[in-house]
Design a protein around this ligand. Structure first.
Ligand SMILES: [Zn+2]
Ligand SMILES: [Zn+2]
Ligand SMILES: [Zn+2]
Length: 164
C-alpha cells in the first residue's frame, strides 16, 4: 500500500513553473463552463479568479473576496490603477463598475465593463455617459438622440411639465 503523504505546498513551490503549469492545466478542467465569470486574480495573476456577486474566489492561490469594494480595489491596484476609476453601476447602483475587465471567455476584449457588485457585464459600446450627471448608462434602443442620453434621475429632473 502506498504510504506517500501529501507534501504541504510552500510558497517557494509557486515559482516552479512546471508545477504551475500542471496545476493550471488541472484547473482548466475545474473552471470549464465558468469562463464568463473567470478573470485574472490580482494576487497570483493567473486567470483563475471566479467572481460571484459581491466578491470572488481564486482557484489557484485561494485568495477570496467578500465585498465588491475590496475586490474592485484590488483588481485595479494590480493594474496600477486607483479606485477613482470605479464607476456607478447602472444596474445595482453600487460603486463597483470597473472598465477593461478581461474575462477568460473573451481574452482579447479589453473594453468590457464589469460590476463586482451584481456581476453585470457591458461592452463599451453599450454604455454612454449621462448628459446630465455623466454617470454611465445603457444606451436605449428607442433613444431618439434628441437631447443626449440622460439617466432616469436626470430625465425626471429635466422633464418639462407640459410635454405629453
Ligand atoms: Zn490567485
Ligand atoms: Zn452592479
Ligand atoms: Zn444623469
Amino acid at each position: 500500500m502506498a504510504a506517500r503523504e501529501m507534501v504541504p505546498v510552500s510558497d517557494g513551490v509557486r515559482n516552479i513553473s512546471s508545477f504551475v503549469t500542471r496545476r493550471l492545466n488541472r484547473l482548466q478542467g475545474e473552471l470549464k463552463g465558468q469562463e464568463n465569470l473567470t478573470l485574472q486574480c490580482p494576487d497570483c495573476e493567473q486567470m483563475t479568479l471566479v467572481v460571484v456577486p459581491g466578491g470572488g474566489f481564486c482557484h489557484f492561490c485561494g485568495a477570496s473576496w467578500s465585498s465588491d469594494e475590496s475586490i474592485a480595489c484590488d483588481y485595479l491596484e494590480a493594474r496600477d490603477e486607483t479606485e477613482e476609476l470605479i464607476q456607478l453601476c447602472p444596474q445595482c447602483d453600487c460603486y463597483a463598475l470597473v472598465e477593461s475587465v478581461v474575462f477568460a471567455d473573451d481574452p482579447n476584449a479589453a473594453d468590457s465593463l464589469y460590476c463586482f457588485g451584481c456581476t453585470v457585464r457591458y461592452t463599451a459600446g453599450e454604455l454612454i455617459s449621462c448628459a446630465g450627471c455623466s454617470r454611465l448608462w445603457p444606451i436605449e434602443a428607442d433613444d431618439d438622440g434628441g437631447a443626449g442620453t440622460l439617466c432616469p434621475e436626470c430625465r425626471d429632473q429635466t422633464q418639462p411639465e407640459s410635454v405629453e
